[in-house]
Design a binder for this molecule. Structure first.
Ligand code: ZN
Length: 289
């Protein structure tokens, strides 16, 4: 699944490819991609004649802004956009085509068919699902040390699932949570309330740096992510802990271990990310009871 850096890369690419283009008509080959309005013919009719202004992002959602409308698009597992000439053959799994009046078209391809599109009037999109409950944007000015602590520091649950929860912070997926926790020296199973002020500081910096450098590198391509122009992301070469189980920790030489935390594959260096003794004892006591 693309994570925030990948979606950000797609956003930037799409912006270059389609800003300023006017939609002549829209073809929908798989109606269930279109979530709002419920009728895909109405969807197509609303978009005809509109011009794309810019492309924004909220969490992992793309916001394609047109004059008088906002198209909210989620790529989910395998969704991809590509710009083609009208005379190029349409590939398999192409579900939505935005035909522009300049002879080009933006095609949405999705092998897994999990992607979604919602159409809103400007301003409406942030008040309604799927965007209305999203948490802080980690690459924005709103993501401060204080905002991070205010949201999470009194929670009694494990830090990793909290960071994955999109209602607190958006766009952090499994790869970057493992990377950020490793960089911050925090064990993924520590409960949020056991984190010290220094831990929060390191975590805040680590989240920004991990996502920031991934955006610079064009997103990771662990699964099968390709950006809007068909280029694979480069970040996988820089991962420090994710996917490196049984390899040596780059900081201390210990073996990276893989376990499951909150149902997700989790990578950790037990030396660089120790569990506090108190929490270890507490868990042993719980097990003994
Ligand atoms: Zn280590």
């Amino acid at each position: 699944m693309p994570e925030l850096p990948e979606v950000e890369t797609v956003r930037r690419t799409l912006m270059e490819l389609v800003a300023g283009k006017t939609i002549e008509r829209v073809s929908v080959n798989l109606p269930r991609i279109i979530q709002r309005p419920s009728d895909c013919e109405a969807f197509a009719a609303m978009l005809a004649g509109r011009t794309i202004g810019d492309v924004g992002r909220r969490g992992k959602f793309l916001l394609i802004r047109l004059n008088g409308l906002v198209l909210v698009s989620h790529l989910r597992m395998e969704g991809r956009y590509g710009l083609y000439r009208q005379d190029e053959p349409v590939e398999k799994h192409t579900h939505v085509i935005f035909h522009f009046n300049d002879g080009t078209e933006l095609r949405y391809k999705d092998v897994r068919q999990f992607g979604t599109m919602h159409l809103f009037e400007p301003g409406e999109e942030l008040k309604l699902p799927p965007l209305n409950k999203l948490g802080i944007e980690p690459l924005s000015d709103a993501f401060t040390l204080k905002s991070l602590r205010d949201k999470l520091q009194h929670r009694t649950t494990k830090i990793k699932p909290l960071l994955l929860n999109q209602e607190y912070i958006v766009g952090l997926g499994n790869i970057y949570v493992d990377e950020a926790l490793y960089m911050a020296g925090i064990h993924p199973e520590r409960t949020a309330e056991t984190l010290k002020p220094k831990d929060w500081e390191r975590l805040h910096i680590a989240i920004g740096q991990t996502l920031g450098s991934a955006v610079e590198a064009g997103g990771s391509s662990i699964k099968s992510y390709v950006n809007g122009q068909g280029e694979m992301g480069m970040f996988q070469h820089k991962l420090a802990v994710y996917g490196r189980q049984n390899e040596d920790c780059k900081q201390c030489g210990s073996t990276i271990q893989k376990s499951v935390v909150g149902g997700r594959g989790t990578h950790v260096c037990m030396n660089c990310q120790p569990l506090p003794r108190q929490q270890t004892k507490g868990e042993e006591r719980q097990k003994a009871n």
